[in-house]
Design a protein around this ligand. Sequence first.
Ligand SMILES: *Cc1c(COP(=O)(O)O)cnc(C)c1O
Length: 376
Amino acid sequence: MRPLQMVDTKNQYLKIKPEVDAAVLAVMESSQFIGGKVVNDFAAGLAAYNGSKHCIPCANGTDALQIAMMALGLEPGDEVITPSFTYIATVEVAALLRIKPIFVEVDARTFCIDPEAIEKAITPKTKAIVPVHLYGHAANMEQIMAIAAKHGLFVIEDNAQAIGCDYRFSDGRVKKTGSIGHIGCTSFYPSKNLGAFGDGGAIFTDDDQLADMLKMIASHGQSKRYYHDVVGCNSRLDAIQAAILNIKLKHLDEYIAARQKAADHYDKAFANHPKITVPFRDPGSTHVFHQYTLILEGVDRDGLNQFLADNGVPSMIYYPVPAHRQKMFDAFGGSSYELPVTDWLTERVISLPIHTELDDEQQDFIAGKVLEFVNR
Ligand SMILES: *Cc1c(COP(=O)(O)O)cnc(C)c1O
């Protein structure tokens, strides 16, 4: 059996190596390392894929979220509503800008922000909602957009884990996550579903004015070279990364299908197990399985994590401490929150290896080890 890894970027690369190597060499030959045609082509290709009018590439997913909040004019003292059950970047950027993150619960089935909890958390200071499409499953965007419209709030989608996910509205319309809110943000961190060979990120919007502002902020607040209209930052996607991403974008749907196939395989192995809940899938929308995350009941979760490690099976707890319990947020009253669903999930989730290169033999071994521990 091939060795087990949480993600296998190496074998994925080997399948497209000639194309990728040629594209990287071409950038080196051109010496156009920053900006230029390769970056512009990628941005145009990804905008089209996502069904968004504009795609603004940037240096990473965290920057994408920060630039989004800056472009919307969020200011110190404003509040943004976000889940606590997420990766830290989602809320860290708000804190960095002295915007107050207001942590709310997630839906225990989807792991994504609970729309009812959003409504309850709205105050006169609320400016934006930041849903996270965690693990590759879409948040309930229909309800979130309705709440935002009712209260005049912005929606920034954290789509770092769900690029390519199709979200279906109740009227049958289908849109990609990251193209539904006022702004969508994503990451090309190597292990993400559309991963670069280094850092990268992108911001999406359909709004022309907002697109200009996002571009300006990502480039030192410049309206034209050496004319700085607003305070910005320096956040660029390298041409070499764009060249690689241009090739991988063509394979993204096939990568998603491979992840879904692997998820189906695990689902079968764990079907109807009284102690294991497999990932929920919304019937209308797709799940792009950035992670394959189980909820365990009546199982020593940390014991399983260790047992798997001892048997050569990697597994991860995403995330061992929810955002509101991080020391970083003490100053924002983090410890005063009571989020029982978030705490409940934090104690019970475990993510198994999922990527485009998993084979049946590997998956059977992984599932076998999980069941060996859970059933004893
Ligand atoms: C990866 C990730 C980010 C940050 O992306 P980087 O490119 O690592 O900065 C933000 N939010 C979520 C949910 C993520 O998974």
